[in-house]
Design a binder for this molecule. Structure first.
Ligand code: NAD
Length: 497
């Protein structure tokens, strides 16, 4: 069986802890690989390697860094298909969707290629007589990234390209369920000329994560994953003196007003709820239907959902693949049966779905629940599967009150033709990313991505300008080149004149 090792100091490093985790193909249900789990000592060795590499990378010229990043951009571009295949084999998402995540990750590599613009400082001359002030931003040192299973390539690329462009060295701890794409990204970085030790991949579980959170030489931690772990990472990392950005889970609502284009709303709901089998932090999981919108909208969603093709991700005909594990599939199914028991109407029941020839795969069909209420588990929890709930409300005000009562605030969307209502929604809704007639408003790479409330712990959103700020710290230099007439004793507090 193939073993995925660590990548440390520019080369593969075999795990010595003796602990391994299984890596499944979700379409067949078979374990096809195993991944090495790092011990505390192995994490320490990786951090020491990254610390040593920082001595020269931290002072390398911007020209050197960007020349590597431009080559890296070309290499990732040339390996899109291979990366997408690795993603599909371990995550299960369909090939076109996997290609999409590689493309969105590449956006951040492209942003990092322009780091020279982002790191330009500020200079104020003559703030006092013969005194100038320069504000610069410098790298932090060794920084770490811990990533979730649902975007094996994109989420790591949200982090390390900008971090290393800013002059840091990086330790990536990818999800143990989908380790191969991250490993390939590190191999390609070495091929692009990134010096050994600047980007390292340490595989593992909680042991490796805790070792990073507690290591005195790790200056900052970026995390993307579920809310309970995000909260833990933020609490533990900051208690250990680290800068932390921890992006958590979500329950994204899509508000549909009676004047909306219902065909567009139905298409959008299908794409955003069932794309990637609902395993997206920006998936729409609740449609809030205002007034008499619900019946026609549900009809249109059902008509479209019934035609979806669910199958292995490497079959070009498939539009939706399997879920990540059997246990997760069973948990998702339990929300559908639980919703029925709690009084929801099951318009489409996706439980019990199988694919011929792939009977052991982690399959579930799409589900559509109507008359869901805020007390039901299907509404309260992040299901992270292809289950769409419809909540009926009478007015816009009831909708916004419902949405703003959610503990999460990642993405949200409004569907309407009324510009005034859309504007009001943008200002009133408590979420970090808002779409107007756009169901999955993932910001482009040169803006930043992040939620509110339990969807993000820390002050910085990820990538874009916030990413540059997260991976650098400010320094302000006040300079005087004295004239012979300056000098003399004055114990007063310095003032500007
Ligand atoms: P997860 O929280 O289980 O795991 C994320 C990472 O944390 C993995 O690398 C894992 O090894 C590690 N981890 C897991 N348990 C840990 C523990 N007890 N202690 C320390 N580390 C631990 O998340 P997941 O299941 O891999 O990913 C799905 C979740 O991620 C969903 O909740 C989804 O909404 C969220 N997500 C959020 C965003 C966002 O941008 N806000 C993006 C993608 C995914």
């Amino acid at each position: 069986m193939k073993t995925i090792n660590h990548w440390i100091g520019g080369k593969p490093v075999e795990g010595v802890s003796g602990n391994f985790g299984p890596v499944y193909n979700p379409a067949t249900g078979a374990q096809e690989k195993q991944v090495a789990f790092a011990s505390v000592d192995e994490v320490d060795a990786a951090v020491r390697t990254a610390k040593e590499a920082y001595r020269s990378w931290g002072t390398s010229s911007l020209a050197k860094r960007t020349s590597v990043l431009f080559k890296y951009r070309e290499l990732v571009d040339a390996h899109r298909d291979e990366l997408a295949r690795l993603i599909t084999a371990e995550h299960g998402k369909v090939h076109s969707d996997a290609l999409g995540e590689v493309a969105r990750g590449l956006e951040i590599v492209e942003l990092a290629c322009g780091i020279t613009e982002k790191l330009k400082g500020e200079l104020s001359t003559q703030v006092s007589t013969r005194v100038d002030v320069a504000a610069i931003r410098q790298s932090l040192g060794v920084v770490a990234g811990i990533t979730p299973f649902n975007f094996p390539a994109m989420v790591p690329m949200w982090m390390f390209p900008l971090a290393v462009a800013c002059g840091n060295t990086f330790i990536l701890k990818p999800s143990e369920k989908v380790p191969s794409a991250a490993y390939k990204l590190a191999e390609l970085a070495a091929e692009a000329g990134l010096p050994d030790g600047v980007l390292n991949v340490v595989n593992g579980d909680k042991v490796a994560v805790d070792a990073l959170l507690e290591h005195p030489d790790v200056a900052a931690v970026s995390f993307v994953g579920s809310t309970p772990i995000a909260r833990y990472i933020h609490t533990t990392g900051t208690a250990n003196g680290k800068r932390v950005q921890a992006l958590g889970g979500a329950k994204n609502h899509m508000l549909v007003l009676p004047d909306a284009d219902l065909d567009l709303a139905a298409d959008s709901a299908i794409n955003a709820a069932y794309g990637s089998a609902g395993e997206r932090c920006m998936a729409i999981s609740v449609v809030v239907a205002v007034g008499d919108t619900a019946d026609p909208l549900i009809g249109k969603i059902k008509e479209r959902a019934d035609k979806l093709c669910i199958g292995p991700g490497d079959d070009p005909a498939s539009e939706m693949g399997p879920l990540i594990t059997k246990a997760h599939r069973d948990k998702v199914a339990s929300y559908v049966t639980g919703a029925a028991a709690q009084g929801a109407d099951v318009v489409i029941d996706g439980t019990g779905y199988t694919v011929e020839g792939y009977e052991d795969g982690h399959w579930i069909g799409v589900s559509l629940l109507d008359n869901v209420t805020p007390e039901m588990d299907a509404y309260r929890d992040e299901i992270f599967g292809p289950v769409l709930s419809v909540v009926r409300v009478e007015t816009y005000e009831q909708a916004i009150e419902l949405m703003n009562s959610s503990p999460w605030g990642n993405g949200t969307a409004i569907f309407t033709r009324d510009g005034g209502a859309a504007r009001r929604f943008q200002l009133e809704v408590e979420a970090g990313m808002v779409g107007v007639n756009v169901p999955i408003p993932v910001p482009v790479g040169y803006h930043s991505f992040g939620g509110w409330k339990d969807s993000l712990f820390g002050d910085h959103h990820i990538y874009g300008n916030d990413g540059v700020h997260f991976y650098t710290r400010g320094k302000v230099v006040t300079t005087r080149w004295p004239d012979p007439s300056d000098g003399g004793i004055n114990l007063g507090f310095p003032s500007n004149h």
